[in-house]
Structures are given as C-alpha cells and as structure tokens.
Design a protein around this ligand. Structure first.
Ligand code: TTP
Ligand code: MG
Length: 356
C-alpha cells in the first residue's frame, strides 16, 4: 500500500515566536542568537533578515554587518520548547503515527486517514489550527515517503503547502540543486560540483555502479534518493513505551568531547520531551556509542528512584559519556535512552493551562 506522509517544519521558528509574543516586531528583520557584539552565532532569523543574507549559524558580527538595522534578541529556549510541545500535541490529536525530528519538525504518517479527507485538506486544517492557536506559520510537504515530503516542505517555505503526486517524485527533484538531498553535506557538494554535478538531474544521470565505485555505500543512498525513493517508516511510538530514546549517526565521525556532549544533550532533550509528553518517569539512563569500526557499547546508570527531573537525568547521561568514551577513537553514532519507565505525576505548568 502507498503511504501518505506529511513533513511539517515551522517557519523561522524561534524568531516567529518572538514576533508572536511582541507584534511590534512583525515585518521587521529579527535575529535570534544574542547581542551583535557577542561572539555567538545566529540561531535563526525572520525572513525579512534573510533577505539581507543573514542565516542560521552565521557569526552575529557578520549578521550585524549585513543587516545593522535588525533587531537582535537573546532568545528564550524554554519558551520555544513550550511552543514546540503545544504544536506536537496538535499532531498527536490527528494521528498517533508521529515522529518528532527536532524542536520544530515532525513527520506524520496519515495513510489511514486518507479517503475521509484528502491529504491537502488534513494539512491545510493543521496549518490553520497551528496559526489560530499559536500565531505561527509552518510549511507542510506531502508525499509518499519521508524524503520527498521533507524536500517538498522546504521548497514551499515560508507558509507553504506542497503535495508531490505519486509517481512525480523524480521529476520534482530533478531541477533542484544537489544539496537539497539530505545527506549531501558541504563536503560532498564540493566533490560533486568539481565533477560538474550541480543539480539532482545531473546525479540522476550517473549509473549505479559508478556511484558505488566512487562513494561506496553512500552511492546506493544517492542513487535511490535522487529518484525520490525512500523506504524508511515513520518511527512513531506505542501507547505505553518501555523506553524512550534518540540517537544520531554523524555525517563525519566525531571525537571532540565538547561536541559529543552537546549532541548528547540535544538527543537527551528529544528523549526527555517524549518522557514529558507521556507524563512518565525513568529510573535508568543508557547511552550507546558506536565507534568508527562499528564496535558498539551501551552503558547504563540506575538512579535511586524514578525521576522526571531533566537535570538529574541529563547529568546521568553526560556522566556516562565522560566515564566511558574512549577519547582517542572517533564516534560514528551516539544515542541516549531513558528506561525503566513508570507513570508519573507532572505538575501542570503555565503552558498546560488555558491561555487567556
Ligand atoms: P530550522 O527549522 O532549521 O530553521 P527555522 O525554523 O528557523 O527556519 P525555516 O525552517 O523556516 O528555514 O530550525 C528550527 C530552530 O532551531 C530555529 O528556529 C532555531 C534553531 N536552530 C539553531 O538554533 N541553530 C541552527 O543552526 C539551526 C539551523 C536552527
Ligand atoms: Mg523550521
């Protein structure tokens, strides 16, 4: 059976929340990340600032040179997480088949809902609900798989809705630049460009055996991706999970402990977010480390009692990393899992209460 997947990604997420909170900012270039004199980088910026060339991860000093009249804001991460949680709850109200990918991004498998409504109708009403309840816009891609749905969402930004009909995947992708394909990072893009491969259609023309000769296992990935083929299911979660985890495979193997700690913290946030959504508590924290040679270890730490305290659980996961990571060996994968779960009482926060 053909699947129907929605990919939803909020537009200029952190900046849009700041604007929703303070309408004076609407229509203005807004940059979130800190004061332009500081050494930090841009988290994100409004589309008005993007018109001046400002982008995520750019040094704030450079953003200031490009757009000196922009409004620079420190950012309020806990507020952004609260918005994120509200939006994710709308997804779960539609279907249990939700895979939350990041703070502002999720896949929904809505195959079972099609017939009663069209995918376009579902997506349009979700966009409307998010806008009415939060004041934020998002972009939604609809396709038969995750890869094409994600690219469709990014192509429709901002405030877009784009459905790629079944069978039109390769045709949709062909005019796009090669870096539109997830997995084609800056380095791969440079290598491909040197060989004269700039668009997806250029890469569609390269035979499979040549791709495998040049790129090894990634050759298969490119071959199928450029044709819009992707079999990955939406990784949704059961009603009462036994464990909640998140892991990531690096594009380039990593050995920098600071970076690994940051990645682990980001993964922990994802696992913890789900713990919170299920209103559960965990008694054990595990980490998984896979080295370049595919040697994989998992290490666990058991707490004295069940906890839903983010600080305690996060500290346990970081402590495991610091204790067990062999610093001289690069990692290709890192993951964290919250285990031995039990139902727990969560104090409702301001955001759980109806807003005036
Ligand atoms: P994105 O979805 O990549 O970016 P965005 O929502 O700001 O803009 P759009 O999707 O319309 O292109 O990331 C979501 C949030 O994650 C973003 O608002 C801020 C944060 N973020 C960072 O802090 N640093 C980064 O380098 C990136 C890419 C995002
Ligand atoms: Mg976004």
């Amino acid at each position: 059976m053909n699947r129907c997947i929605l990919h939803i990604d909020m537009d200029a997420f952190f900046a849009s929340i700041e604007i929703a909170q303070n309408p004076f900012l609407r229509g203005k270039p807004v940059i979130v990340g800190g004061h332009p004199d500081s050494r930090g980088v841009v988290s994100t910026c409004s589309y008005e600032a993007r018109a001046f060339g400002v982008r995520s991860a750019m040094p704030l000093s450079k953003a200031y040179r490009l757009c000196p009249h922009a409004i620079f804001l420190e950012g309020n991460y806990s507020l952004y997480k609260q918005y994120s949680r509200k939006i994710i709850d709308f997804f779960y109200a539609l279907t249990p088949y939700v895979e939350v990918v990041s703070i502002d991004e999720a896949y929904l498998d809505v195959s079972a809902l099609i017939g009663h409504s069209t995918a376009q109708q579902l997506a349009a009403s979700l966009k409307q609900q998010i806008l009415t309840e939060t004041g934020l816009t998002c972009s939604i891609g609809i396709a038969c798989n995750k890869l094409v749905a994600k690219i469709a969402a990014s192509q429709s930004k901002p405030n877009g809705l784009l459905e790629i009909p079944l069978g039109a995947e390769a045709e949709f992708l062909s005019p796009l630049p090669i870096q539109s394909i997830p997995g084609v990072g800056v380095r791969t893009q440079e290598i491909l460009n040197r060989e004269g491969i700039r668009t997806v259609s250029d890469l569609q023309a390269v035979p499979l055996d040549e791709l495998i000769r040049t790129y090894g296992a990634w050759g298969y990935h490119y071959y199928h991706s450029v044709r819009g083929k992707d079999n990955r299911p939406v990784h949704w979660e059961e009603e009462n999970p036994k464990s909640l985890g998140a892991e990531t495979t690096f594009e380039v193997d990593q050995s920098d402990l600071t970076l690994l700690s940051q990645e682990l913290q980001a993964l922990f946030e994802r696992a913890y977010h789900r713990l919170r959504r299920y209103k559960m508590r965990a008694k054990r924290v595990s980490i998984k480390l896979r080295y370049s040679d595919f040697t994989t270890i998992t290490r666990s730490s058991t707490l004295i009692s069940h906890s839903n305290d983010a600080k305690i659980l996060e500290a346990a996961s970081l402590e495991l990393l610091h204790r067990h990571y062999q610093g001289n060996q690069p990692l290709r994968l890192i993951g964290v899992t919250l285990e031995q779960l039990t139902d727990g009482y969560w104090q409702p926060t301001f955001w759980d209460l109806p807003q005036a």
